[in-house]
Design a protein around this ligand. Structure first.
Ligand SMILES: NC(=O)c1ccc[n+]([C@@H]2O[C@H](COP(=O)([O-])OP(=O)(O)OC[C@H]3O[C@@H](n4cnc5c(N)ncnc54)[C@H](OP(=O)(O)O)[C@@H]3O)[C@@H](O)[C@H]2O)c1
Length: 293
């Protein structure tokens, strides 16, 4: 009689890796505690659905009580802990992490996902727009990581920063956003190096354009949500697909993850042909001297 592993090996080639990964993933995340900032929408929400499928327990936060309430009614309290917290506020981050530790006893995986974007040229922008983006994206990551670190170290877990292609390549109209994502990559790279001998994996993931609410609520010149997306959201990667890639990268304890063909192309072009990348990016975002995206 064939053994279990022998049988998996001889499944048709298309089925066997999927089957093997599914079994491995289920085992790996079962009863693990995953703290995800900004889980009430977009990529964060898709990450929660994916991790819960694999048996994990989740803690999440956001600024809007109603969105969190809708999320909480989907899942029982022993699987999902939600709390209203603004990650740009140090005390809120401490409350989010402390209540997660009280609820579940520790944190195995921290995903710094909460983020906001902007769309305003440097010459026109109110400095508050850039400050708000930095406070949320960069400082939110720093606060939550600092407060969760002891527990993640004790459990030899994983710290993730949801960065962006803008963390490798500055994008026009998104100067503060690009700065915040470059800062996240650098900060996490330093942390990763500090923790190399501690069994903690630190990674930053860089989604390409992904369908979500982020462009609708991106801050304009006056630090107010712009109210609409300047791009065709239907042509982008879905948040669900993005989340599946992130979960797989966490499972494999990867160093970084860059998503979408255009995203990978942009990062490569910028590394080897930066001046050419300047022109291509400029042509993509501008028409007749106007920022159109
Ligand atoms: N979508 C893309 O194309 C794309 C591409 C590259 C990288 N990313 C990154 O992916 C991450 C998730 O973005 P998304 O596209 O899923 O955006 P989204 O749909 O706008 O969701 C953002 C989530 O973060 C929460 N959030 C925002 N500001 C917060 C704050 N100060 N404190 C706590 N929670 C906050 C939001 O809830 P509340 O509004 O209730 O606070 C929401 O749950 C971000 O870091 C973003 O930069 C996105």
């Amino acid at each position: 009689m064939l053994t279990h592993s022998f049988k998996v090996f001889f499944l048709p080639p298309i089925i066997s890796p999927i089957f093997a990964t599914h079994v491995l993933t289920n085992k790996m995340f079962k009863d693990k505690v995953v703290a995800i900032t900004g889980g009430s929408d977009g990529i964060g929400k898709a990450l929660i659905d994916e991790f819960i499928k694999h048996g994990a327990k989740i803690a999440t936060c956001g600024r809007n009580h109603d969105k969190l309430y809708h999320l909480q009614v989907q899942y029982p309290k022993n699987l999902l802990h939600t709390i209203v917290a603004d990650v740009s506020n140090e005390n809120d981050c401490k409350r989010f992490i402390d209540t997660t530790l009280q609820t579940f006893g520790g944190i195995d995986i921290l995903i710094n996902n909460a983020g906001i974007s902007m769309r305003a040229l440097v010459k026109d922008v109110d400095l508050n727009t850039i400050k708000k983006v930095m406070d949320t994206n960069f400082w939110g990551t720093v606060y939550c990581t600092k407060f969760a670190l002891d527990s993640v170290m004790e459990r030899k877990g994983t710290i993730v920063g949801v960065s962006s292609i803008a963390g490798y390549r500055g994008l026009p109209g998104r100067s503060g956003y690009s700065a915040s994502k470059h800062a996240i990559n650098g900060w996490l790279e330093a942390l990763r190096t500090e923790l190399l001998d501690k069994g903690v994996n630190v990674m930053w993931v860089c989604p390409g354009f992904t369908t979500s609410n982020i462009r609708n609520v991106a801050l304009n010149n006056d630090a107010k949500p712009q109210g609409e997306s300047p791009m065709d959201e239907s042509k982008m990667m879905t948040a669900e697909e993005c989340a599946r890639h992130i979960v797989k990268a966490i499972e494999k304890r990867k160093r970084t993850l860059v998503l979408t063909f255009t995203g990978k192309q942009t990062v490569l072009m910028n590394k080897f042909f930066p001046a050419w990348a300047d022109k291509l990016v400029r042509n993509y975002f501008f028409k007749n001297g106007e920022l159109i995206k």
